[in-house]
Design a protein around this ligand. Sequence first.
Ligand code: 4AD
Length: 422
Amino acid sequence: MAHLAKIKELKEGQTISIQGWVHRLREMGKKSFLVVRNVNGIIQTIVNNENIRGKLDVEASIKVEGKVKADERAPGGFEIHASSIEVIGESKSDWPFHRYKSVEMEMDYRHLWLRSIKMQNILKVRHTLISSARSFFNKRNFFEVSPPIFVSSACESGSTLFEVPYFGNKAYLSQSGQLYLESFLPSLEKVWALTPSFRAEKSRTNRHVTEYWHLEPEVANADYKDNMNLQEDLIKFMIKKILEERQDVMSEFGDRSEIEMWIKEKWPRMKYEEVIETLKPKFPKLKWGDDLGTKEERYLVDEITKLPVFVTHYPREMKAFYMKVDESNPKVVLNNDLMMPHVGETVGASEREWKLDLLLENMKIHKLNPKDYAWYVDLRKYGSVPHSGFGLGIERVLMSILNLEHVRDTLPYPRFMNRTYP
Ligand code: 4AD
């Protein structure tokens, strides 16, 4: 009896029926060699030409029945000798990736490029990254909450806010759910959210998109050290799950010994001040108060620590108004950025200023009007507690784990300054 089989679970001599798409097609004499693709992978299929002549092109959807034969030369070690083939949906002969492909084509035909083995593999790992985060937070009794996307004031700097018309008024697209997440703490104590975040990034870099997926936990009665431990535990858990559950595709992304080491080792913590001194021989112009760019971050993590590294205690002026100032050194804040290999910053984190008078002082220094943040200021008026949280860019972490060169490959439909299509 024929049955629908998973490509990975085939056995020699079985008669099977398999459904998929024609990934590659080669005619030789009276036979055609089809590589059939479905969600489980690819398998070579040998078909008599009279059954398909003139009917089949690359990407047609088909159903094949036949016998499984072991063959070392075939991808996956098996092939199907087809006894019948049914074309479910024809494919036109002008498949755009027939002749050549380029990065522009991968972007213009994104809706079709999602079928490539490369995107199929990345999307599977992305799924596991997100589902592992959900199980991590469930195990630790966090509540998943839903902050708004239309907002009326900036969380991070106003320079990257998207303004949208809103029934005769102005609204903005959220850059981060953080301020709202803080408001859940007196109710739920440990919360997290995964939301799209928007940044009007004008610069073209390999790690900035205008729309990205932001994973943000917020925890009551946690300090910046607890916060770093939570980041380390979460990302190590994600990597473990990816190695366990996506074994099938991880071999496509090169040597995995590097990420296996990230799970085993404790990640270093370095103060910003120490980082500046460490980087000086390589970047002589770098001085206290300078922002670290991709080049500096990548050098630190790729050449020096060779492990993810937490950089803490940044100068107060460089960072956001909500970060808690270090009482023992008021020039710096109790924050961390997490730098990861192959990308640099993947997480921005801090202990929050939880006292009303100190928050108002920070707002003054950052030239913010407390009236624009009245509801946020309210949170400090009624039973405030120390708390911390962070924002993790899903795309950046995926770039790091898979050692991808460009953020565009981590998203099905990446958005840049010049791209909202398809
Ligand atoms: O460091 P950021 O700006 O921190 C915040 O938004 C905090 N309010 C988060 C929090 O504490 N809850 O952004 C956090 C992370 C960055 O480390 C980076 O991984 C990612 O968001 N990110 C971007 N990813 C892709 N493209 C962009 N344009 C990004 N901007 C930030």
